[in-house]
Structure formats: structure tokens, C-alpha cells
Design a protein around this ligand. Structure first.
Ligand code: ZN
Length: 129
């Protein structure tokens, strides 16, 4: 296994329920999803890092009309989650009814989870803590 993080490995980790992020060797910034360069210093010297799996809800939307691949799964939430480590990622949001988005409160503390889609794929997901 190579030390340099790759997108393939990032996705494989999610598929296996082992979400990990990158951290910048030069400035320590935590990054996910994979990016060619550090958001903090522009460097490209990355290594894998474990994250707490805690975060909070920053934004969300309900997908009613999904791309073909996910059509059977609609409606579902896509959330922007700010991890405790400071980086923002998009993920599925569990624990709420997509038909009652008014029940969802921004700032809700969330914890890492995974969702097995009807396609058999595993998605990164968060649910209320
Ligand atoms: Zn950096």
C-alpha cells in the first residue's frame, strides 16, 4: 500500500466503512475529499489521517430527481458537514425524513455513519449524534 493517498483508496475506504481523510504534511490541514493540493498552503505533500467522525451540519438539500444511478433512492438528503477537524465534506444525511426537511436544523451535531445504497454501493453518511 502506497503512503501517498489516492482517490481510489479514499473511495475503497468508504466502501469498507473505514473513512479516512488526508492531512497536509507541511501545515497539518485536514483535507477530504481528495484534492491535488492543500487548501491551507497549496502544498501537495499529503498523508492519511484518521478523523474523529464528529461534525456538524452546515447545509443540506433534498434530492428528489436523482441521476439514473441513484433514481431508486430518491428522495434523499445530501448534506455539507463540517468535520471537527475543520474540513467540509458532502455526504448523505440519515436520521431525518427527506419529506420533512423543515425538521432538520443547521448546526445539528452529527456522527459518521455509512449508508448501503440500493445499487449495493456504500456511501459516506452522517446522522445526528
Ligand atoms: Zn498545507
Amino acid at each position: 500500500m502506497s503512503e501517498k493517498p489516492t482517490v481510489e483508496e479514499y473511495l475503497k475506504n468508504i466502501e469498507e466503512g473505514k473513512f479516512r481523510a488526508y492531512s497536509c504534511v507541511d501545515c497539518g490541514k485536514v483535507i477530504a475529499p481528495p484534492s491535488g493540493a492543500c487548501y491551507g498552503c497549496g502544498g501537495n505533500n499529503m498523508k492519511w489521517t484518521d478523523v474523529s467522525g464528529k461534525g456538524k451540519l452546515v447545509s443540506f438539500t433534498v434530492i428528489h430527481i436523482a441521476p439514473d444511478e441513484f433514481a431508486d433512492e430518491a428522495p434523499y438528503f445530501i448534506a455539507i458537514v463540517e468535520l471537527a477537524e475543520g474540513t467540509r465534506i458532502s455526504s448523505r444525511l440519515l436520521g431525518f425524513d427527506p419529506l420533512k426537511p423543515e425538521d432538520v436544523k443547521l448546526g445539528t451535531p452529527l456522527i459518521l455513519d455509512y449508508e448501503k445504497g440500493k445499487s449495493g454501493k456504500t456511501y459516506l453518511a452522517f446522522k445526528p449524534e
